[in-house]
Design a protein around this ligand. Sequence first.
Ligand SMILES: Nc1ncnc2c1ncn2[C@@H]1O[C@H](COP(=O)(O)OP(=O)(O)OP(=O)(O)O)[C@@H](O)[C@H]1O
Ligand SMILES: [Mg+2]
Length: 288
Amino acid sequence: MIVTRNLTKVYGDIRAVEDLNLEVRPGEIFGFLGPNGAGKTTTIRILTTLTKPTSGNAWIGGFDVVSQPQEVKKMFGVVQQHLSLDRELTVWEVMELHARLHGLGSRERRKRIAELLDYVGLAKQAERRIGELSGGMKRRVMVARALIHHPRLLLLDEPTVGLDAQARRRIWELIRRLNSEGATIFLTTHYIEEAEALCHRVGIIHRGRLIALGSPLELRLRLGLAAVETLLDDRVHYRYFPSKEEATAYVQSLPPEVKMIVVRDSNLEDVFVELTGRKVEDGEDTEG
Ligand SMILES: Nc1ncnc2c1ncn2[C@@H]1O[C@H](COP(=O)(O)OP(=O)(O)OP(=O)(O)O)[C@@H](O)[C@H]1O
Ligand SMILES: [Mg+2]
């Protein structure tokens, strides 16, 4: 559904995306995980034809994003990172405007908008102004809007940023439902739990480069499924083992001066830290 080859975007001396090689398969939920400034939005902007790559190529559904933008635009719907809704408009008006942009006739518009608002659970909010809605509801309006032309691919840039746990779960449910009905999903996130809970495969991006790719389980397997944290000399040390049994055996071999021993499952945060020496949510990661 998405293929990129050596995709690169340079802004002055910032290499926002560098030599990105990626394939997103039809029907999967693919997560692009990385800290602030990693190059996630830049990648989405290239894929959605908003900005041109400096070099390299990208295709959506086999169409080249640079030379075939019209065909590409029919393939995808996008939910941008920043809220792009006019606060003064009603939910219905937002949908109406977008449907007109896509050339839907008046009867078709009415039917499709009603159907979509129902789908995202906002049928009762149709006449409310955007400014009166919660953050979660606004996100759902943006998802509904992105679906107006029945795209086969939905791109979501940090779809749950700033939402509370309940609103986040509703967005996850919506994404899963869309996917189970056949849509391919490409989303970006800097939330480890989001990548783990939602994505079939995850690409980890760091300073514009893809540094790991696989299912959450595959990525953890490479490191070891069991993690041991120990406190020694005021520092936390991490060790990884293929199994809980091996982790436990290691713990039993530790000298008594080792304090605070935790044995737990490894996670994608561990994978990220091992690969980069930093935590995902530390953010700002452009220099060096
Ligand atoms: N239009 C631009 N002009 C100059 N630099 C840019 C531009 N867009 C992005 N950058 C830089 O490129 C790098 C990648 O930015 P990008 O927005 O793609 O990261 P991101 O992973 O989406 O981060 P965030 O999690 O903060 O949204 C950053 O260093 C950013 O400052
Ligand atoms: Mg971004």
